[in-house]
Design a binder for this molecule. Structure first.
Ligand SMILES: C[S@@+](CC[C@H](N)C(=O)[O-])C[C@H]1O[C@@H](n2cnc3c(N)ncnc32)[C@H](O)[C@@H]1O
Length: 186
């Protein structure tokens, strides 16, 4: 992932911090190497729960190791499956926050990437589970093959979804640069 992603991940955490508290419930829709899962786990400790999805066994394994080492005390529910079907397993769970950090798993097969159809289906499913006042962040990477198309699909989805856009960062992204959106449900 390009270097600016680090800053956008930090910014995503900053957008979510105000809505996270001990005992809360959060979703990491793309757990990858577990950095965002760890952030969420610390923010809802003690007594909270994080639901962490990823298609790849390697991602679940890496994230699980990171979370085990950090011993946050937060309950982590791991799901090795497509986040497009997250409603099937989360059912009536209500979320305080959700994170989507799109793209591929660093240090892994860069052909396994998030895609427009499953990403927008998962975003819609996650928004439906957000409590009033909850927040969702999505970081779109536009530099890799398929990234610009996915980012365009996310932008189109944002225009029709029942959400309020809190932020788009950077405001004027350079061509191909990643973009962060922070939203809340209407
Ligand atoms: C940029 S990484 C996520 C980084 C991660 N949040 C972290 O903190 O390390 C994107 C992840 O999305 C996963 N992914 C791709 N398509 C997916 C899908 N349809 N459902 C769930 N995860 C998916 C990839 O396997 C990859 O691990």
């Amino acid at each position: 992932m390009p270097a600016p992603a680090i800053d956008l991940t930090t910014r995503a955490h900053q957008w979510l911090e105000p809505v996270l508290a001990p005992g809360g419930t959060a979703l990491d829709a793309t757990c990858g190497n577990g950095h965002d899962t760890l952030f969420l786990a610390r923010a809802v400790a003690p007594g909270g729960t994080v639901h962490a999805f990823d298609l790849q066994a390697a991602a679940i394994e890496r994230s699980r190791r990171r979370l085990d080492a950090a011993a946050t005390g937060t309950a982590i529910q791991w799901y090795q499956r497509d986040h497009a079907g997250l409603a099937d397993v989360l059912e009536s769970i209500r979320l305080d926050a959700a994170m989507f950090n799109l793209g591929w798993l660093p240090r892994s097969d860069s052909n396994i990437i998030t895609t427009p159809a499953s990403t927008t289906a998962a975003l819609a499913a996650a928004v439906a589970l957000l409590r009033p006042g909850a927040r969702l962040t999505v970081i779109c990477y536009r530099g890799h093959a398929g990234g610009a198309r996915e980012a365009a699909a996310v932008r189109a989805w944002l225009e029709t979804a029942r959400i309020r856009l809190l932020a788009r960062e950077p405001d004027q992204p350079a061509p191909g640069a990643p973009v962060l959106y922070a939203i809340e449900p209407l």
